[in-house]
Design a protein around this ligand. Structure first.
Ligand code: ELE
Length: 210
């Protein structure tokens, strides 16, 4: 009845930035994951927002052993199960529902999103301490997360949404932030153009915040 922290914490602690990927062509998935891992970001979150997402997760799981593939934007138990079946090693959701909590009783860890104190308390009651904070910038940013530290000293966040090279350092400096999520390390045009060197360079810069 709790979050699988043994599996999740090493992923969150392992790199300061988790790339958030919206993928249109599953054929790009393996080279993209290789490029990110080469830059020091092995864990990648493939959002379940496109038709190609599950195939992309499966491709990375089977072809890129140095990567740690996760699924993002899992909105319900069915999506959690599909992502796990495709090979996801962690699953991220923008929110948290009882349905997702039940599905995530298995071994693949869930990183659910919470913003308000009541949402955080509901997550704590389910045994969840490691939470996504989404949409980070719009929900209150660095100042808001800082204010959550005193009442929720056991909670650790991964802010995502509006995080960029300009503010990632500010988020990561907070004691209750372990990593951030962001799409900037894999720009759409670089993925479409197969510009893997650029993506490795962006990943290297991001990895240095750790
Ligand atoms: O789909 C989800 O579940 C999300 O997490 C949305 C993400 O926050 C953004 O895709 C990344 O946000 P940006 O780095 O601002 O582009």
């Amino acid at each position: 009845m709790a979050q699988n922290l043994d599996a999740l914490v090493p992923i969150m602690d392992g790199q300061p930035v988790i790339p958030v990927i919206v993928i249109d062509d599953a054929g790009s998935a393996a080279p993209l994951a290789r490029a990110l891992a080469a830059g020091g970001l092995p864990a990648v979150e493939i959002t379940l927002r496109t038709e190609a997402a599950l195939d992309a997760i499966a491709a990375i799981a089977s072809e890129v052993p140095e990567a740690i593939v996760g699924a993002g934007t899992a909105l319900d138990a069915g999506q959690y199960e599909a992502a796990v079946a495709a090979g996801a090693r962690f699953v991220v959701s923008p929110g948290f529902t009882p349905d997702l909590a039940d599905a995530a009783e298995g071994s693949v860890p869930l990183l659910p999103g919470c913003v308000t104190p009541s949402e955080i308390m509901a997550a704590l009651a389910e045994g969840y301490t490691h939470l996504k904070f989404f949409p980070a910038g719009q929900a209150g940013g660095v100042a808001y997360i800082k204010a959550l530290a005193s009442p929720f000293s056991a909670v650790r966040f991964c802010p995502t949404g509006g995080v960029s090279p300009d503010n990632a350092g500010d988020y990561l400096a907070l004691p209750n932030v372990v990593c951030v999520g962001g799409s900037w390390v894999a720009p759409k045009e670089a993925v479409a153009g197969g510009d893997w060197d650029r993506i490795t360079a962006l990943a290297k810069e991001a990895a240095e915040w750790g």
